[in-house]
Design a protein around this ligand. Structure first.
Ligand SMILES: C[S@@+](CC[C@H](N)C(=O)[O-])C[C@H]1O[C@@H](n2cnc3c(N)ncnc32)[C@H](O)[C@@H]1O
Length: 264
């Protein structure tokens, strides 16, 4: 299985190495960690981080005492993730994992579903995650909101540029984000918040739970010191936690996490 050339080219540039350290990425990181720390089985559980990139989550998971393996199709990512103490990293594809059945207590898909534009591939990735996760363990998948591109281009003041407007309209209609400009991410699928529940169900994981990661705060929180680590950051995280499961706020959130325990 091969990843799309545009996706590979985008990640080969190394943008993932620092993406979650600042700006909007910092809020995504803090909220992902906040939710994962509540839904994962306790350390030293075994965690498979599929599409784990350069290991931004693997690093803190290993520091928390988890046994972590990163799987990613981009060699640069595997090289960086594998250099993190306590993290093992291998090349691989979410749609066809090389792992044994029931080998992990938690399987994370924090990125692969963004780049699988064919629904069958997304369901295959979720089915693989369920297969390698033991009963009582959890599968956690991140998705990008259908409306994230629209708000992103609005915030950047680019919404009425004809080409930007064209791709935004297309992604609102189909979910497929096909940028012409590397500044606007790469080939991706932007989920309607309700679609991910059906994809989990079709992978044998019905009744999953969704968490809005950033709510509406990603539109402003990278500015004016909201993420400087003071009381305002704590307040922001508290507010997002209080509203994270309200379905009326799912569409405005840039990312959703969907979580499902694996049945025995
Ligand atoms: C936006 S990055 C996310 C990285 C990291 N998990 C995070 O949360 O910051 C998406 C990741 O998915 C990986 N990816 C893309 N297609 C994939 C596939 N078919 N199987 C597994 N990983 C894939 C990319 O190489 C990249 O590392």
């Amino acid at each position: 299985m091969r990843i799309d050339a545009a996706v590979r080219d985008y990640y080969d540039r190394g943008g993932e190495l620092g993406r979650l350290h600042g700006g909007r990425g910092r809020l995504e990181f803090l909220r992902t960690r906040d939710v994962l720390r509540r839904v994962l089985p306790p350390a030293p559980a075994r965690v498979l981080d599929v599409g784990g990139g350069a290991g931004v989550h693997a690093r803190w998971l290993a520091a928390d005492g988890y046994r972590v393996r990163v799987v990613d199709p981009v060699p640069l990512h595997v090289e960086h993730a594998g250099a993190i103490p306590g993290v093992d990293a291998v090349l691989g594809d979410a749609r066809g994992l090389q792992e044994q059945d029931d080998a992990y207590d938690a399987t994370l898909l924090l990125g692969p579903l963004y780049h699988l534009v064919d629904r069958r591939d997304r369901v295959a990735a979720l089915r693989e995650a369920a297969r390698v996760t033991s009963s009582g363990g959890v599968v956690v998948a991140a998705t990008i909101s259908r409306y994230a591109g629209l708000y992103d281009t609005l915030v950047r003041g680019r919404h009425l540029e004809p080409e930007v407007n064209r791709i935004t309209r297309a992604e609102l209609a189909t979910g497929v984000h096909e940028p012409f400009d590397r500044d606007l991410f790469t080939l991706a699928y932007f989920h309607h918040p309700d679609e991910i529940l059906d994809e989990f169900a079709d992978a044998g994981l019905p009744g999953a739970t969704r968490y809005a990661l950033e709510g509406g705060a990603w539109i402003f929180a990278d500015r004016d010191g909201w993420l400087d680590g003071d009381d305002r950051t704590a307040g922001l995280l508290d507010a997002l936690r209080a509203t994270e499961q309200d379905p009326t706020l799912f569409g405005i959130s840039s990312h959703l996490l969907t979580v499902r325990a694996v049945d025995g």
